[in-house]
Design a protein around this ligand. Structure first.
Ligand code: PLP
Ligand code: COI
Length: 349
């Protein structure tokens, strides 16, 4: 299917075929020259660590075709640094900043015709992955790795229009990240941990699952796909916890919030405080800003389970909408990028 034939309004956040992937391997400490390939299947040794002990981390960032026709990546240097810290946690080699940016650029250029138009509001999602590939049996970190960047032209996360609110449920019976665990890194294993709980939430009709701190189950950590922020009394409030993924979107929104004259607080948010927010959202690369209109808390008592409902506006709140417009405006070149966040990508030669 060519770019002209794709109807991005029908797309959600999913895998849609593109032209090519880009990859390189680090064997015995030496990185190979990047390969651009239209073969989407890898051949790996069945004893590769990734099949057993999950030495695997990944990133997510988007390339946008701007109103001016130029193609931008949003803060890819931040993704490079986060992947480096995830790899450090797994004690395996990581691509340096230059390699990370080079492979993302090559991947965008190899899939140039799959970058959605500005008018579509869609984007080319890049998924860099880093996996341990050397054969092993004992529990060791991987010494050899493959770093690959793949792409998919995506619509909104839920498939609904941007800023259409969704519901969430507190995860009372499943934790995403242990107190001294890996939640602050973008490891595949963290997502494996959330799959079953997500399936249960989806079966109950919820769009999102909101995890609590694993030690006390008394305060808000983050959604399975994104960070949490709430707005009240002119203040942008988001949890501060080492087991929450340090979101690049949240970091950017905190800057924009200050620019818009909001106070910014990063602190513990106890469950009861949910009652006091005027606006609640999830934020991240995939979800951008997605308003939450209700959070249910199913509390088990001796007498049975009761549901406490925290309700928010059925449409995106005014402050969240301002934050969204400024963020998306910078990403798509309709607002001045005063922070120098975007990196431009040249068309392939
Ligand atoms: N939290 C989780 C668990 C995520 O998967 C993501 C997505 O990457 C985020 C937060 C948001 O991070 P970012 O804004 O860097 O995409
Ligand atoms: C992203 O927002 O880029 C993510 O990686 C979240 C995704 C796993 C839903």
């Amino acid at each position: 299917m060519t770019m002209a034939e794709i109807d991005y309004s029908k797309r959600s956040f999913n895998y849609y075929p593109t032209n090519a992937i880009v990859y390189t391997k680090c064997i015995d400490g030496r990185w190979s020259k990047p390969v651009v390939s239209n073969d989407f299947n890898f051949s790996l040794h069945c004893f590769a660590g990734v099949f057993h002990y999950a030495p695997s981390c990944f990133e997510g960032l988007k390339a946008y075709r701007g109103a001016d026709g130029l193609v931008r990546m949003f803060r890819p240097d931040e993704n490079a640094r986060r992947m480096e810290s995830s790899a450090q946690y797994l004690d395996m080699p990581a691509p340096n900043l230059e390699m990370f940016l080079d492979l993302c650029t090559l991947c965008i250029q190899a899939n140039w015709d799959f970058i959605p138009s500005f008018e579509s509001g869609a984007s080319l999602y890049l998924r860099p992955v880093l996996i341990g590939i050397n054969p092993q049996l004992g529990i060791h970190s991987s010494k050899d790795v493959m770093f690959a960047v793949m792409a998919s032209g995506v619509g909104t996360y839920s498939g609904a229009k941007s800023l259409v609110p969704g519901t969430a449920v507190l995860s009372r019976n499943y934790d995403r990240a242990a107190t001294y665990g890996s939640g602050g890194y973008k490891l595949g294993a963290n997502y494996a941990q959330s799959l079953h709980a997500y399936n249960l939430a989806h079966k109950m009709g919820y769009r999102e699952l909101l995890f609590l701190d694993s030690a006390t189950h008394s305060h808000i950590e983050e959604f399975g796909s994104s960070n949490f922020f709430g707005i009240k009394h002119g203040c942008y409030i988001t949890p501060n916890s080492p087991s929450v993924l340090p979101s690049i979107t949240n970091k950017s929104l905190r800057k924009i919030a200050e620019e818009l004259g909001l106070k910014v607080e990063r602190r513990t948010i106890f469950i009861d405080e949910l009652e006091t927010f005027e606006e609640v959202n999830s934020c991240g690369t995939a979800v951008v800003i997605t308003p939450i209109c209700r959070i249910d808390d199913k509390v088990t008592l001796e007498s049975g389970t009761i549901t406490r409902e925290y309700k928010y506006p059925e449409i995106c709140g005014p402050i969240s909408e301002k934050l969204y417009k400024r963020l998306v405006g910078i990403q798509r070149g309709t607002e001045e990028d005063t922070y120098g966040w975007c990196m431009f990508v040249n068309a392939p030669k």
